[in-house]
Write a protein that binds this ligand. Sequence first.
Ligand code: 3Y8
Ligand code: NAP
Length: 251
Amino acid sequence: MAPNLLILGGTTEATALCRRLDEEELRARISFAGRVERPVSQPVPQRVGGFGGVAGLVDYLNAEGITHVVDATHPFAARMSANAEAACFEARVRLIALTRPPWQAQAGDKWERVPDIAGAVAALDRPATRVMLAVGRMHLDDFAPNPQHTYLLRMVDQPKGALPFPNCHVVVDRGPFSEAGDLALMRDHGIGLVVSKNAGGTGAAAKIVAARKLGLPVIMIDRPALQSRAEAHSVVEVLRWLGHDDTDRGV
Ligand code: 3Y8
Ligand code: NAP
């Protein structure tokens, strides 16, 4: 039976995979949670919105005759990954994660690693400085207990309603970001400290490289622990898992 894939998306790798599946003329669709107003357009059909927990995802897999799921969500989308694991087990659908290794500190990096968002909030209990808080929108309220800082916030969409900080500046932009762009942004705002999730990959890495070049400290939030699962770190590995390895064509 020809594969009928569901890609759980929202990352640079998910987009690259969809492009390749389209080239290979493999039947696939990508799913987004509906977190932002306009998800990036994809070369395969897309669906937007939650499935309704594990049960909703099981129903979807059965109703759509999905044969394989690729969990290409962001490393911090832990709930979606856990649900995919449970639903694919129950629906007997093959599952692999397409993920990227965490960033590793390099020479010149001044990282202060914290285990989670709460750890980052605690680490901000320090004298006032200018903080680049590039963790998106969903967890901003958690950072309210440190109003002494001036925050540079970056979000995909214009925030609705008040922000939880007396002194902050919002940049509305969607990645992948460039090193030159983030260097200029951090210099223009006189940033003294960066807060980042350890997203891995390339799309969010610019601020980490810029911080290294500017000699700035980074509060680096470790990603949530996920159950052990089959993982691929490249599109080729996913194609091999599907049995459509491109080495067949000697490329
Ligand atoms: C909706 C879908 C692609 C995917 C691009 C990647 C790279 C650019 C960098 C900074 C960090 C942050 C944030 C970030 C990056 C990629 C990738 C990545 C970080 C889109 C997208 C969706 C989202 C959701 C959004 C979150 C937010 C997180 C912004 C598409 C653009 C901070 C994560 O307003 C909101 O509610 C935004 C929510 C989840 C985290 C948060 O807590 O706010 N991503 N980002 C997905 C959906 O609806 O299912 O339109 O492309 C995707 C991308 N964002 O195809 O090129 O692969 O990681 N996304 C973080 O890493 O800290 C920005 O500013 O430096
Ligand atoms: P999450 O906390 O793990 O998931 C919460 C709920 O959102 C899930 O239970 C599911 O709802 C729904 N959901 C999440 N991803 C979905 C998808 N791809 N398709 C359909 N429903 C989805 O997820 P999150 O951290 O909010 O991330 C949401 C999306 O943003 C994901 O696509 C992720 O890849 C992307 N993203 C997240 C981050 C981040 O920092 N968290 C960064 C970049 C991109 P139901 O239970 O109703 O099915």
